[in-house]
Design a protein around this ligand. Structure first.
Ligand SMILES: NC(=O)c1ccc[n+]([C@@H]2O[C@H](COP(=O)([O-])OP(=O)(O)OC[C@H]3O[C@@H](n4cnc5c(N)ncnc54)[C@H](OP(=O)(O)O)[C@@H]3O)[C@@H](O)[C@H]2O)c1
Length: 341
């Protein structure tokens, strides 16, 4: 039997706050390369690192899934290349996307693969603008946010994978866009590269009232709030929403590291929803999986023509995966965070 050395990151322990060495274990073993009917051997080249991984480490069911099982490979999306194939239509060297998680190699049935066309865009975009984050940004904005030309759209987590796309999609709808992000460099990037009308560094504010007052001064009020972070940013914005505002709850990353089990308590803000006859809606990318082709038909030509900035921050090395996941919470990256095998 021929084998290949396979490395895997095994999720061992549920973290309460930050992820450390005790929560994952790197294991190495031999993987048989003998392929069954319809099977393909793949080697991962790029790993996606996403905040939902941390949500899956809650002790309680979230979304519509149970917590990530302990003692199994960390789940996640990868971009891989075919090393050997026993499946019609797949040849050595083909690029594919799969959900085989944090392992260097895997034997998978071809039905679990999605083909990537490297002529369409760089293959890494399958994990970013033409993948799950793109779908989240597009359908979250267009189906829940429904921005009109001239309206004010505020995006938190605006320099990240989803947020940076929401900023650009909202501009394409003719909205005036304010991005909230951590630090002056990210804010400069939002204004100068993504063409946001305004950018605010939330770290320069110690409370929601002063942050909200500044956003109100700049924008006059908020028609659409695309919320990626929750916490202080959300507490700042809800009191300054306009009549019939739409609030899209995409993520609450400020609450994931520690707050999943014991959520932070905030002010009671729902009366503003009443005064302004506003709508608040949670959105989940998974619910739009069947409309992926529709999103790609619209967004891929923009990507190909250079009309969308799809920044990627790359961390080098399979060994760095748990540290990379942690870094989502310190916010050193811009755009989509990827780990290169
Ligand atoms: N609903 C869905 O289907 C769906 C799908 C994908 C993602 N999401 C959610 O969307 C959000 C963004 O995901 P992403 O993949 O695009 O990640 P990302 O924005 O690329 O990375 C996370 C960013 O969150 C910010 N952040 C971290 N801790 C924070 C805190 N305590 N307060 C404020 N900001 C904080 C950091 O940026 P700063 O430097 O600006 O702080 C960091 O760069 C997450 O909440 C995620 O769970 C939801």
């Amino acid at each position: 039997m021929t084998t290949i050395t396979q490395q895997q990151w095994i999720y061992r322990r549920q973290p309460v706050g930050q992820i450390t060495a005790e929560h994952y274990e790197l294991v190495e073993q031999q993987l048989s390369t003998t392929l069954g009917d319809g099977e393909v051997l793949i080697e991962a080249r790029w790993f996606s690192v996403d905040p939902y991984m941390r949500i899956g480490q809650s002790t309680k069911p979230t979304y519509d899934t149970d917590p990530h099982p302990l003692n199994t490979v960390q789940q996640g999306a990868v971009v891989a290349q075919v090393l050997a194939s026993n499946a019609p239509g797949y040849a050595v060297g083909d690029w594919v996307q799969s959900y085989t998680g944090w392992q260097t190699h895997a034997r998978v049935h071809a039905s679990g693969l999605k083909r990537i066309d490297p002529a369409l865009a760089p293959v890494t975009t399958a994990l970013g603008v033409l993948g799950m984050p793109g779908r989240t940004a597009w359908f979250g904005l267009t189906e829940s946010g429904k921005p009109h030309a001239g309206e004010v759209v505020v995006v938190s987590g605006a320099a990240g994978a989803v947020g940076s796309l929401v900023v650009q999609f909202a501009k394409r709808h003719g909205a005036r866009v304010l991005g909230i992000a951590g630090g002056p460099a990210k804010c400069d990037w939002l204004r100068n590269t993504l063409d946001a009308d305004w950018a605010i560094d939330y770290k320069a504010y110690s409370d929601a009232d002063t942050l909200g007052a500044e956003i109100k001064r700049l924008t006059g009020g908020v028609d659409v709030y695309f919320d990626n972070v929750g916490g202080m940013a959300t507490d700042a914005i809800i009191p300054i929403i306009n009549r019939r505002a739409r609030i899209v709850i995409c993520g609450q990353i400020s609450q994931y590291s520690g707050g999943l089990e014991t959520p932070e308590l905030g002010p009671r803000l729902l009366h503003h929803m009443l005064y302004q006859r506003a709508t608040i809606q949670g959105m989940l990318a998974r619910d739009y999986l069947h409309r992926m082709d529709e999103m790609i038909r619209i967004v891929a030509p923009w990507v190909k023509a250079g009309g969308i900035v799809f920044e990627e921050t790359v961390i080098d090395g399979f060994a760095q995966l748990p540290a990379a996941l942690n870094s989502l919470f310190t916010g050193e990256h811009r755009g989509k965070l990827l780990v290169k095998a």
